[in-house]
Design a protein around this ligand. Sequence first.
Ligand code: F6R
Length: 600
Amino acid sequence: MCGIVGYIGQQDSKEVLLNGLAKLEYRGYDSAGIALLNEDGINLFKVKGRIATLRESVDAGVHATMGIGHTRWATHGEPSEENAHPHQSTSGRFTLVHNGVIENYQDIKKEYLQDVVFRSETDTEVVVQLIEKLFEKNQDTLVSFRQAMEMLEGSYAIALIDNEDSDTLYVSKNKSPLLVGLGEGFNVVASDAMATLKETDQYLEIHDKEIVIVKRDAVTIQKLDGSVVERNPYTAQIDASDIEKGTYEHFMLKEIDEQPIVMRKIIKEYQDEAGELTLDEDIRAAMKAADRIYIIAAGTSYHAGLVGKNLIEKVAGIPVEVHVSSEFSYNMPLLSEKPLFIFISQSGETADSRAVLVKIKEMGHPALTVTNVPGSTLSREADYTLHLHAGPEIAVASTKAYTAQIAVLAILAVDTAKVKGIELDFDLMQELAIVANGIDALTGQKEELESLTRDYLETTRNAFFLGRSLDYYVSLEGALKLKEISYIQAEGFAGGELKHGTIALIEKGTPVIALATQANVNYSIRGNVQEVVARGANAMIISMKGLEQDDDAFVLPAVHELLTPLMSVVPLQIIAYYAALHRGADVDKPRNLAKSVTVE
Ligand code: F6R
């Protein structure tokens, strides 16, 4: 959460910073600011609100070839101009942006900064004040920066300007993402390469607790003990057009529509010309060796994990548990003898999942990350990675990553079955190709789905999603999609659980969206719908070709029974989109949320 950009070079840094921050808004968007260093000193611009508001507040007449910027998702202190970054030390000499949470900021405040008058409620201001306090003693910025980083506990990505030195940006990170981008006569710093792709595609990874000294024509990485680290840059594999909306009004709709393309890309990436699956032999060995799999994920990725459990158990015959990452550490189950942990994460940066990864690595267990961002923290720190190939997902509400996660987990399940010599009676890649065509058809039915949204969700304050078996898992995802972007209170329920309490909430007009894509429970889920209708619910059934009945509101093209979530989620994504749109909500940037949840 929170996005950082820094620039040091020859040209005016304002545009690089503002454009970069706009690309990082998915990381948080409640306040923002930039600091520009020129011959007049630091020029600070901060606002409560979005980058568009910040842009309006920046004095176009200020030119500076060096600067840092920040877009914030509030942790300590409400969203306000005072709490927005950059923060400055009392004398104004040091200016700093930070992403993460400093866990010991109160201790530092008490021990070293009792005489300091703070201007914000943030943990970040403590860091910049600490640097100044250390500098008062040693009169050396690099030494003070290093000492301060040594003292911090928690997560941070930090960029610092000393306004007496217009030739250096000081940078460091621990647990939070930060990269240095390399250019000719300039260098940049960013939370995500997406932010500065216009400037360069050459990036240097920064590892935890390293100090990076960024100058116009040189970048030096040091360990905390001052020793120099050599590291080669890599080329960022992002296509600039992937991060533009094009003709779409919202990224979310663009990303929904991209799902067939992603499905075909996954089919291409995971098989060779002879049609054989191409998973890494190490991953195969790890899957084969596992006596139980523990899937760890959050939110939408957790919902994909539930579907993945079904696939791996049914196809590959390995028992699977799925855990919400934020709960795992407290409610750790008794582990099997040979566990394999699978982390599912679009961003690869989710802090709760990373905390579990760190813990299980300490315990010596193997880990596989399934992610859309191969260079991400969860990818780097796990033993193996499976790439989603979904392209950048920018809308906060995850859509194409969910379907990509399920498709990749299906490939993993089928590959493992083959390695174990289990005979399968279907060709997964062919079935995924059928899914891709099916989603194509669905994305062409938006008018029909928009009209259903009007009929069922236009004025409601709440909604229920019902399903059994795989449809239950998709109902959880449908409810999450609807609530997070339209703010309609929505819950997903297992059809059989209704009568154990939830049905008490059904009253005249309550919208209920039921999924009926599972042959073995078609009869019983329809029974549940009758029960809510008898109590006044405004219920609709989304079914699948072959299982449909006359009054069904929407019928999905038929796909393989194990892959139905790849189809049934799509109308729910589209319905959520229109529900949010009709309410005038900010579809791509819903309130209180951020795309990448990098604090626990
Ligand atoms: C909801 C959504 C979130 C994420 C969750 C995990 O639409 O996007 O629930 O799925 O924050 O994020 P990742 O997958 O990046 O670990």
